[in-house]
Write a protein that binds this ligand. Structure first.
Ligand code: GLC
Length: 427
């Protein structure tokens, strides 16, 4: 089936294989420890917000630890915020003083991050917000922190100057940090409108030029779909589609579910809606069963470390991935109907049945047309008994009557001690 993928973008094969990435949101908003949109939620003016800048010590920042944890947890790529809507640059940009090298931390954190990724063969993604609530020429609209400040709204702002700034910073990111694998823009909102302002989209970002700039320097790059050009990696967030995502002309989308550990992207220890490892693993499996990737977000503290809750859940994910990653990497959807309370992923001559709710003794694979060579639990490779229709069974009363196109997998009563047990079927 044809992929919905722009011919001039890089080859997404690695992305479709790797399936599992870590999203990291880290910036001045981490000091507020509430929401990465806090500047606009609380309508904090630029001067007030800049006070955070002088508190950014990041004394526990060790990107090698981030990368090691992500790798152990089975993530194959990391997307890090280079600049979020607040405008603060996580690298030594020549185009602004509002950058990490001028904070008490004083070093180019992005450089350290890419070096740590390369040491571990971790693919690198740069998140970059086209929105900038700090830049003096980013025009005020209904999302801006100064949306109710008549003095700021009366300023003479020239969006062309901001466009140049945006272009120049993206050029720094794709020319000064080596090979980057994935450029992740956020976000276009030209569907929004206020009585006094309109939302911003592709023409406001000069999106086509940004795309050309990136691909000129890094032709292998894959790009997400938030430049407003309606192409690239489709990135639904906080939402699980119910089926394989197709376009109106029946092409398969390249898509990535963006999910957060709790409700938002930044570190917030008081947002207690943290997802369990089981929930996150089921999100991953469900996404791959629909040919998607999972980009799972964790927000380090302002000091630069993953907090205890994040660390614990990442360790639990690591345990499951240690035994079950073969049902994720290189896998995708199957045309077979998943048994009750299960998800199916498939690759080559293998079918993987992920058991979300442990059943009593049997799993029925209905309308299963394929010959099964062997079935086993992934976690310990213990054989799983496969039963097909046998007329002799009709005289037994303690076995399920199996239809001719049905397969029954016989299970132990006790669930194996894994969050989501997986049966691998070799065809
Ligand atoms: C949403 C959030 C934004 C976050 C992005 C990442 O747009 O508002 O803060 O960076 O998702 O997916």
């Amino acid at each position: 089936m044809q992929l919905d993928w722009p011919a001039h973008y890089g080859d997404p094969s690695w992305f479709l294989h790797d399936r599992f990435g870590m999203f990291i949101h880290w910036g001045l908003y981490s000091l507020k420890a509430k929401d990465e949109w806090i500047m606009t939620q609380d309508k904090i003016n630029k001067e007030e917000y800049e006070k955070l800048f002088y508190q950014f010590e990041a004394d526990l920042y060790e990107p090698k630890k981030w990368v090691k944890q992500a790798k152990e947890s089975g993530m194959k790529y990391i997307v890090l915020t280079t600049k979020h809507h607040e405008g603060f640059a996580l690298w030594d940009s020549a185009y602004t003083e509002y950058k990490i090298t001028n904070t008490p931390y004083g070093k180019d954190a992005l450089k350290e991050f890419v070096e740590a990724c390369r040491e571990e063969d971790m693919k690198i993604g740069f998140y970059h917000s086209v929105i900038d609530w700090h830049h003096e020429h980013f025009t005020i609209d209904g999302l801006h922190p100064a949306r109710e400040d008549e003095d700021v709204k009366a300023e003479n702002r020239d969006m062309k100057i901001y466009q140049e700034y945006l272009y120049n910073q993206v050029e720094e990111l794709v020319t000064q940090y080596g090979k980057i694998d994935y450029f992740w823009f956020d976000f276009s909102y030209d569907d929004r409108e206020w009585s006094w302002a309109k939302g911003k989209g592709a023409k406001d970002w000069r999106s086509e030029e940004l795309e050309q700039l990136i691909l000129k320097h890094q032709p292998h790059m894959i790009i997400n779909n938030r430049l407003g050009l309606d192409r690239g990696v489709y990135t639904p967030e906080q939402y699980q589609p119910t089926e394989v995502l197709m376009t109106s002309d029946n092409k398969k989308r390249v898509w990535e579910a963006c999910q957060t550990f709790n409700d938002r992207w930044t570190y917030n220890p008081n947002n207690l809606n943290m997802k369990s490892a089981e929930m996150i693993i089921k999100l991953l499996i469900d996404t791959v069963s629909k040919d998607g990737n999972l980009l799972m977000n964790f927000g380090p503290t302002a000091r630069g470390n993953f907090d205890e809750a994040s660390t614990k859940v990442l360790e639990e994910i690591a345990d499951w991935m240690t035994y079950h990653s073969s049902s994720i990497y290189g896998a995708g959807s199957s045309s077979l109907r998943a048994p009750q309370d299960c998800r199916i992923t498939a690759k080559e001559d293998r079918i993987f049945i992920h058991i979300f709710s442990w059943p009593f003794r049997t799993i029925h694979l209905k309308n299963f047309p394929l010959d099964i060579q062997y079935a086993r639990f992934l976690h310990d490779h213990s054989e799983v008994t496969v039963k097909r229709f046998d007329p002799a069974d009709l005289i037994h009363h303690d076995l399920p009557v199996i239809a001719e196109d049905e397969v029954v997998l016989e299970l132990p009563v006790i669930k194996p001690n894994h969050l989501v047990p997986v049966i691998e079927i070799k065809l």
